[in-house]
Structures are given as structure tokens and as C-alpha cells.
Design a protein around this ligand. Structure first.
Ligand SMILES: [Zn+2]
Length: 204
């Protein structure tokens, strides 16, 4: 069953009530009761609906193929054949093990062969995959692979630094600890000097 609906954004709570199935709201009420709350008290009355709407937004990425943002490319690059890097793009995601927030920043680079893409598209690819349930390793790999497949560049690099709510707010409770993942493809993987240039541009 598909609970997600594109047109829910921007409508008020009463209107959107019809767009969130009762069983979804009931599931949230069950959860609230289970943690010791009274889902009928005033402050929580609209929470199941708000929660469902929030999750609809967190998981919007299932509604799209993030690679489609790379479909429109430009071949006129005026001989530019150096690294294109979009640095420190902030993103939010959720871990698939605890549904806890993952917040961080990503740096995405590629070395074009003869096709480039509008720079904001790289961020759109990231957000498309981030707005799904994720683990950081897979998010990193998926973004890199989409760029590799669509732009067929000489190299792709994705480096993600993120904090995981499941680690900072529960379990071992270690706020401030970031996790770094990277995926290098093509020349950034194979060629030492390309990799050195990349990491110096990225500031590592
Ligand atoms: Zn987790």
C-alpha cells in the first residue's frame, strides 16, 4: 500500500487528515500509549497526524528516481576538464535501524569527460536518496553510483560526514561524534595524484 501522496504539503491539518489513513494515525497512538503517554490529552491530540505528515516529508525520496536530476547535461564545457566539486552540502536523513535522524554534510565531486550537469543537481541527487530510510554507507554509495552511471565521468567522489541520532541520543550517547564515509570511483580510486588533488580541494 502506498501511504505517500505528493499533494499533502502545504495543506492545513484538517484537510490533510483525509490524506493520512486512519491505520497510520492509530499506529502512532499505539506507540504513544506504549511509551506511557495518553494520546487523547490536548497536546498530543494532533500529534499522530503531524507525525505522519512529517514522515511523508522525510521519505519523499521514494517518490522519485534521484538519478533523473542528472538527465539534462551540457556538453558545451569550453574545454573545462578539471574537478567539479560541491562542498559541504547539508542534508537530513533517517537511519533504517532506529528511524533516528542522521544529519550531516556531503561533498560531491566528479571529473567530467565531456558532460557536465547544473551544479544544484548534485544536491538534488543527494536529497533524493537522503529522503529515504538509510544507512550512511549506502547513501554515500548510491549518490556516487548515480553520478557515475548518468554522467559517465572520469571519476566520482562522495564524502559524507554525519551524526546519528541513534548514537548521540540513545545507546552509547556520544554527542559530537561524527561518522565519515567515502566512495571513490574511476580516477579518484585508481590515480594517486587525482585523489590527492581532490582531497586538498575538499580540505582533507
Ligand atoms: Zn540507527
Amino acid at each position: 500500500m502506498n501511504f505517500f501522496c505528493n499533494d499533502i504539503e502545504g495543506v492545513d491539518l484538517d484537510q490533510s487528515a483525509e490524506l493520512v489513513p486512519d491505520e497510520v494515525q492509530e499506529a502512532v497512538r499505539t506507540l504513544l500509549r506504549w511509551v506511557g503517554e495518553d494520546p487523547d490529552r490536548e497536546g498530543l491530540r494532533d500529534t499522530p497526524l503531524r507525525y505522519a505528515k512529517a514522515w511523508q516529508e522525510y521519505c519523499q525520496g521514494y517518490e522519485e528516481d534521484p538519478g533523473m536530476h542528472l538527465a539534462r547535461t551540457f556538453e558545451e564545457v569550453a574545454g573545462y576538464d578539471e574537478i567539479v566539486l560541491l562542498k559541504d552540502i547539508p542534508f537530513h536523513s533517517h537511519c533504517e535501524h532506529h528511524l533516528a535522524p542522521i544529519t550531516g554534510k556531503a561533498s560531491i565531486a566528479y571529473l567530467p569527460t565531456n558532460r557536465v550537469v547544473g551544479i544544484s543537481k548534485l544536491a538534488r541527487v543527494l536529497h533524493g536518496y537522503a529522503r529515504r530510510l538509510q544507512i550512511q554507507e549506502r547513501l554515500t554509495a548510491e549518490v556516487a553510483q548515480a553520478i557515475w552511471d548518468h554522467l559517465q565521468p572520469s571519476g566520482v567522489a562522495v564524502v559524507i560526514e554525519a551524526q546519528h541520532g541513534c548514537m548521540t541520543g540513545r545507546g552509547v550517547k556520544t554527542p559530537g561524534v561524527g561518522m565519515v564515509t567515502s566512495r571513490l570511483l574511476g580516477c579518484f580510486l585508481e590515480d594517486k595524484s587525482s585523489r590527492a588533488e581532490l582531497f586538498s580541494l575538499m580540505g582533507y
